[in-house]
Design a protein around this ligand. Sequence first.
Ligand code: ZN
Length: 167
Amino acid sequence: MERADVEKYRSRIEKASSYGEVWEIVKDTVAESLNQRRAGMMLFLDDLPIKLGAYHPIGTNNIVLNRLLVKAIEASTQSKRVLNALIYNLLLHEYLHALGHLSELKVRQLTYHVAKECFGEDHIVTAIARSSPWALLKGIPLDKNKASERVLEIVKDFEKADRNYIV
Ligand SMILES: [Zn+2]
């Protein structure tokens, strides 16, 4: 990949300010790196056990992201770049499952492959892909007694509307 393309993806992940924007980067980097794509996914947020980042129920178009984990990282970092890098990694992992890669080992290898190719070896996105999102949680005290909201919410405007629908 050209250096200019790496800079383009780095700049986009830096500026992204919604799940939808990070999602577009996930789809674009996978299309560029693996030549695979899938449209029509939906994102939900739920409070899950902290060890679970996200999941994709097989046979659905859904990704469920762990709101507790995102909030814990958000509270611990002032950096939108770090938070976006975490969300990118979680969404990329589930997107690869949704594309039909079922093996955890394979998905972890592909996550690192895509990250390294599109963001370069020395970027936070790739660092998280190489270790794990939970490396960010080291040293963060988690409030285990906090009552969970357990409200499943849908993320609106996650996928850009298909242009074909615009008459
Ligand atoms: Zn997985």
